[in-house]
Write a protein that binds this ligand. Structure first.
Ligand code: ADP
Length: 454
């Protein structure tokens, strides 16, 4: 203001000096000029302050990712127009940011919900994102923020470290796939793939690693090939015996006693084959749900007595005492009587087979009261023998197909190795449970629990 008034003041001083204007008029003109200039400066200041306030409010709104369009002034001067354009551009940016945020949240929700473990690493191998499944597979804490950490340092298993190292060292643009078996933090079989993520400019910015846990699939594959190997073996043994003795007979055996012995072996082996095939069909029907249960409500006592009756002769021949004990008041059971019959016969058959002469087998039925919320009321069918017993390490595996403690002995006694697998399936179909307890050289108790009929 002083600068703008100075020339006017100098001109007035010049005219006053030449006495062309009276000094008082010159002073008055200067005072009016000073007041008007001051008012103009104050108005200008206020105007600038208002604009500055609006710009700050706009910056605040942008900081909060809010649309600042409500701040547009209605006036049409050049600065207001520029402000309006700036605000419109800011609005568009806030909208785009909101859409990006929503997309990111959607993407993160998808990643969180994925059953596959997903890890995104940056160009140097640092963690950019790691989903919940990956945290579980690699034993990482659910809450810790691992972003920026070197992923290779978070892997505990050397084979996994090796794979991640190869991914980080591989040429950009190269996708890697493979299968690895890790031991730490838990034994798992993983199918892995790592692919680069391309930026809009074309350069690979990061890598996405996807780990698919195929442990169960591998376990199924192993179980299937074990089953086929076992089955082949089980079929081949009686078949080779049948063929061998048949060929010898065809070559001519004069002694009728030897002939009879060979024919007996052939007959016994063919019976064994038939038993094996029956058990296989039974098991396969049960597993594939092809033989649905024919449910009826019946008294367990009848089931016990009929089964024991069928086993009496076999027990007598082997010199094993067979006793049936049944509590007087047993709840009725809802089940498939034929299938449950098969269960008890299998258990009695094992007990008689694996108990030496002079021993005893007891079949007992008792009521089992409800066990809090864990188990409703039901009955327990227990087969106890005084036989050779089972080593503790073998007990958990007895219900696997073809699992035997002593393979040769089971075969010699006519076993197929499928009996307990069938028992387990039938019991499970009845929503029951199976418990095997044994002491070596003292005996075994197999208990089947079945829920009472509603
Ligand atoms: P198997 O046809 O060989 O008897 P199972 O599936 O019925 O097949 O039984 C599996 C294995 O469990 C048997 O080979 C035997 O080693 C063991 N086992 C089952 N029951 C008894 C028992 N009561 N006493 C001792 N061992 C038993």
């Amino acid at each position: 203001m002083v600068v703008s008034v100075a020339p006017v003041a100098a001109a007035l001083a010049f005219f006053v000096a030449r006495r062309e204007i009276a000094p008082q008029w010159a002073a008055l003109a200067l005072a009016i000029g000073l007041v008007a200039g001051g008012l103009a400066v104050v108005a200008c200041d206020r105007w600038i302050a208002r604009r500055a306030e609006r710009l700050e409010a706009m910056a605040d709104a942008l900081g909060r990712r809010q649309l600042p369009s409500h701040l547009v002034s209605g006036r049409g001067d050049a600065i207001a127009r520029a402000e309006a354009r700036l605000l419109a551009a800011a609005d568009a940016m806030v909208d785009a940011l909101g859409a990006l945020e929503a997309e990111r949240e959607e993407f993160e929700a998808i990643l969180r919900g994925m059953s596959e473990a997903v890890v995104v690493t940056g160009a140097r191998g640092e963690v950019v994102m790691i989903n919940g499944a990956a945290r579980r597979v690699f034993g990482l804490a659910a809450e810790t923020d691992y972003r920026g950490r070197d992923f290779i340092e978070l892997c505990r298993d050397p084979r996994l470290q090796n794979f991640v190292g190869r991914v980080t060292d591989s040429a950009l643009g190269e996708a890697l796939t493979g299968e690895i078996q890790i031991q730490s933090p838990a034994a798992r079989h993983l199918e892995v793939s790592a692919a680069p993520v391309r930026q809009a400019g074309g350069g690979a910015a990061a890598r996405v690693m996807v780990f698919h846990d195929i442990s169960r699939l591998k376990a199924f594959e192993t179980a299937r090939s074990d089953f086929i190997a076992n089955l082949t073996h089980e079929l081949r043994t009686p078949l080779s015996a049948i063929r061998g003795y048949a060929e010898t007979l065809m070559d001519g055996v004069d002694d009728p006693e030897v002939q009879r012995r060979f024919l007996t072996i052939i007959e016994r082996q063919s019976r064994r084959l038939a038993r094996l095939i029956d058990d296989l069909v039974s098991l396969s029907d049960l597993e594939r749900g092809l033989s649905p249960l024919k449910l009826e409500s019946f008294a367990p006592r009848r089931l016990l007595e009929e089964s024991a009756e069928l086993m009496r002769e076999q027990a007598r021949q082997r010199g094993v005492a067979l006793e049936v004990r049944s509590a007087p008041e047993l709840p009725a059971v809802s089940g498939d009587a034929d299938r449950l019959h098969q269960v008890i016969l299998n258990l009695l058959d094992n007990a008689v087979k694996y108990t030496p002469r002079g021993g005893s087998v007891t079949l007992e039925a008792r009521a089992a009261a409800a066990n809090g919320g864990a188990r409703p009321a039901g009955i327990e069918l227990a087969v106890t023998d005084t036989g050779e017993g089972i080593p503790p390490a073998d007990i958990p595996r007895l219900t696997e197909r073809f699992y035997r403690v002593d393979r040769a002995r089971s075969r010699e006694l006519g076993g197929t190795g499928l009996g307990l697998a069938i028992v387990k399936h039938i019991v499970q179909l009845h929503h029951g449970s199976l418990k095997i307890e044994s002491r070596l050289r003292e005996g075994t108790t197999v208990t089947v629990w079945l829920p009472a009929a509603p």
